[in-house]
Structures are given as structure tokens and as C-alpha cells.
Write a protein that binds this ligand. Structure first.
Ligand code: 9MG
Length: 272
């Protein structure tokens, strides 16, 4: 078993996104075919990704969930083909998908439901020794952008993550293997996402490495003036990543690996 998550993923580390889906908001299904997903994963590793996040179920706003057999059919061939040659994270809330992925070499389970989706997932993570990302989401992908409401978004996200961290540790997953994610775009308005970004240090203060997914998120397109944007450009993604880095983020889930590695290398070179 490898060491604490902060040793495996020193700040800043980049996680490349490989959506093996026909309908993700951000990449329009470019990695739906196994061969394309495998080629993307290899390229991202060459470009400096510390890990690639392979997922078979879209979590974009409005997305419907995918049956277990379909999710397995999408991700298992990709993991088999990669054969452990590229470090892999599995983006799933399903215990059986996580189990198969870990057997095929996945090191980290990226669960956007923070162990609320499948009661068997915590045990799979605990017994395997995999790393775990616990993410905040208000609602569920199908409906989460219908009037998300908070009194104090940063405080509520922090308190949710603190509670889910305690739950995970209580289920036998060592705290040193867990990172936390505020879930940008998951049940949050543009204003709430930017407030959360401004106060990301409050999430980092929970004492666990913070993973952020800001890349190509629709709030970035909307802040640039398109009220109907469903995605955001690379330039805005890089700015958001650097802002997150300055507030303590450690792991960056991104589509454009080379550009983020370069931007974050520059940000990290600034003495603080
Ligand atoms: C799967 N997925 C899509 N967006 C994400 C984000 O912001 N964080 C994490 N952990 N996973 C995400």
C-alpha cells in the first residue's frame, strides 16, 4: 500500500479527465470509444498528469444515471487496455464498478456522492486501501441546477465535507487516504461557485488535500457573458485553477493537461 495521499499527489498535481461517455458536457463524447479513451489517457500521462480519472457515467447537469452493466461495459475495457501502465482513478459511485476498477489497478475512487450513493462502496475502498475523493453536491445531477439554495455556501460545503470525512473514517477508510472536493458546479449557481472559490481556504482548513474540478465548467462560460453557456474556455479554466491553487487546492481535475501543468508550475514557482 502506498503512503498518505499528500505524498502521492504533492501540490499541485493534475488529474486528467477521461469521460468514456457519449454525453459529457465538456468533451462531447470524444473518448466514448475504448481506443480513443486509451489514447487520451496515455497522452495525458505523457503531458504530466499524475493520474487520469476514468468515468462511464456523465455527471453533467441534467444527466440521467447509467445502469451498472453499461457503466462496466464502458470503463472495464479501457482499464484492461491500459493494463496499469497509466495511473488511474475511477469516477464512480457504484461499489461494483469501483471493485472491478481497483482489481484492474485503479488507485483512487472519485465518488461525487461522497459515499451516499451505494452503501457497499465504503467497504470496497476500506478493504482495498485505495485513495478516496469525497465531493460535495447539493441534490443529484438530474435536478441539481434547479434553484440551488444556501445560507452560506462555503460554510455549508465545509460542514458537509467534515461530516462525510467522519463517516468515511468511521467506515474504516484511513483519513490519510482521503481528499475533499467542494464540487464546483454541482448544485451551485455562478455566484455560489465564485464565492466558494474565493473561500476555498475554508475547505483547505479541514486539513485534507483539496481536489477541484473547475476545468471547462459552465460557470466560467457564463461569467464571460454567455448566459446559456454549457461549458467554459481553456483560458478561464487556467485562471480558475491558479486562483484555486493560491487558496490551497492540491489536485486539479482537468481536460487540458499540458496547459494546466504549465500554468500550475508557474504558480507554484512564485515564492510565498
Ligand atoms: C466526475 N466529476 C465531474 N466534475 C467533477 C468535480 O468537480 N470533482 C470531482 N471530484 N469529480 C468530478
Amino acid at each position: 500500500m502506498s503512503g498518505p495521499i499528500e505524498e502521492r499527489f504533492p501540490r499541485p498535481s493534475v488529474m486528467g479527465v477521461v469521460n468514456v461517455t457519449p454525453d459529457s458536457f465538456s468533451d462531447g463524447g470524444v473518448n466514448f470509444r475504448t481506443a480513443d479513451a486509451v489514447a487520451s489517457a496515455r497522452r495525458m500521462a505523457e503531458e504530466g498528469a499524475a493520474i487520469v480519472d476514468v468515468g462511464g457515467e456523465s455527471t453533467r447537469p441534467g444527466a440521467e444515471s447509467v445502469p451498472l452493466d453499461e457503466e462496466l461495459k464502458r470503463v472495464v475495457p479501457v482499464l484492461e487496455e491500459l493494463g496499469g501502465a497509466v495511473p488511474v482513478s475511477i469516477d464512480t459511485a457504484k461499489a461494483e464498478v469501483a471493485r472491478r476498477a481497483i482489481d484492474l489497478g485503479a488507485e483512487l475512487v472519485n465518488d461525487v456522492t461522497a459515499l451516499r450513493g451505494d452503501p457497499e462502496l465504503a467497504e470496497i475502498v476500506a478493504s482495498s486501501g485505495a485513495y478516496l475523493c469525497l465531493m460535495h453536491m447539493q441534490g443529484e445531477p438530474r435536478t441539481m441546477q434547479v434553484d440551488p439554495t444556501y445560507e452560506d455556501v462555503a460554510a455549508e460545503v465545509a460542514s458537509f465535507l467534515e461530516e462525510r470525512l467522519a463517516f468515511a473514517v468511521g467506515a474504516g477508510i484511513p483519513e490519510e487516504r482521503i481528499c475533499l472536493d467542494p464540487g464546483f458546479g454541482f448544485g451551485k449557481t455562478v455566484e455560489q461557485n465564485f464565492e466558494l472559490l474565493a473561500r476555498l481556504d475554508e475547505i483547505a482548513a479541514l486539513g485534507r488535500p483539496v481536489l477541484v474540478g473547475l476545468s471547462r465548467k459552465r460557470s466560467l462560460g457564463r461569467i464571460l457573458g454567455d448566459p446559456d453557456a454549457t461549458t467554459g474556455p481553456l483560458s478561464a479554466s487556467l485562471a480558475a485553477a491558479v486562483e484555486a491553487y493560491e487558496r490551497g487546492a492540491a489536485i486539479f481535475r482537468v481536460h487540458d493537461v499540458r496547459e494546466h501543468v504549465e500554468a500550475l508550475t508557474v504558480a507554484a514557482a512564485v515564492p510565498r
